[in-house]
Design a protein around this ligand. Structure first.
Ligand code: MF3
Ligand code: CO
Length: 262
């Protein structure tokens, strides 16, 4: 496990012991996600789901990573329909049959973070909404498949973008994935799209011991987004549905290790 530099800054290559701690955070995170998946039914309010998430995490001896981060007030981000990311859970926000519901969640265990997101249908959803969920999850998994020593950020970005755009969907540009470890957001940036130039971002080579949060945000319509007046909630500009899937992944000598699965 060597040293890597981006813009003069050393990226945080983790030790095996650090990755084991992150794996523990990730397992608690995945167990919490499982409870939320079961509770994401018509009539559930998103603040209740937030409280269940916080309780589950604390009972496991961990803490919610997002709560208090830059003043964020909750444990989960609740992402209903056109909400792309950072929706604040509310007691008066009830899930309804046919909605799509995304949950983004961070867990900190002994100082190390995991970050992951999933999106599910509430009750029965229509075929086009289901296709958006499937394609976004597949795009994330294709990005993860690129992860191995010597691969670049460009390889991840290209794999995600090609899959989403081939399906006719819009890849959000305004937000990107990130490195993760003893902070929830660390270098490098991990865009879900490729741009010419910007070699500092796209040319970065992965090294064993890096940990990455890979998180495509994919819109059924245009890629454009705007921020709500609450200062947090990001929505699609055209009101179309948006899906979000994320895993925290470590680069290993053999390839990669998904830290946020059960
Ligand atoms: N998973 C989110 C991200 O990587 C983190 C949410 S930040 C918070 O952008 F402020 F909303 F907590
Ligand atoms: Co993230």
């Amino acid at each position: 496990m060597g040293k890597a530099f981006i813009r003069g800054e050393r990226t945080l290559v983790k030790t095996r012991a650090e990755l084991d701690t992150m794996r523990h955070a990730g397992r608690i995170l995945a167990q919490t996600q499982q409870r939320l998946r079961e509770l994401a039914q018509p009539g559930a309010n998103t603040l209740f789901l937030d409280q269940v998430a916080e309780e589950t995490i604390r009972e496991a001896g961990a803490t919610p990573s997002f709560k208090g981060y830059n003043g964020y007030p909750a444990t989960i981000c609740a992402q209903v329909n056109d909400v792309v990311v950072h929706g604040i859970p509310r007691e008066d926000e009830l899930l309804a049959e046919g909605d799509i519901f995304g949950v983004d969640l961070g867990v900190c265990f002994e100082g190390y973070h995991g970050d992951a997101a999933f999106t599910v249908g509430v009750g029965e959803i229509d075929a086009e909404a289901q296709r958006l969920l499937d394609v976004t999850r597949e795009a994330r998994d294709l990005g993860i498949e690129q992860v191995r020593p010597g691969a670049t950020i460009r390889d991840i970005a290209r794999a995600v973008q090609e899959h989403a755009e081939a399906a006719g969907f819009g890849v959000v540009r305004a937000l990107v994935g990130h490195g993760i470890g003893s902070s929830i957001h660390e270098p490098p940036q991990i865009p879900n799209f490729v741009e010419k130039g910007n070699r500092a971002v796209y040319g970065l080579k992965l090294e064993s011991g890096m940990a990455l949060a890979i998180e495509p945000m994919i819109n059924a319509g245009s890629a454009d987004v705007y921020q709500d007046s609450d200062g947090w909630t990001v929505r699609t500009a055209d009101g179309s549905l948006s899906a979000h899937f994320e895993h925290t992944v470590a680069v290993t000598d053999e390839g990669h290790w998904i830290l946020t699965e059960p």
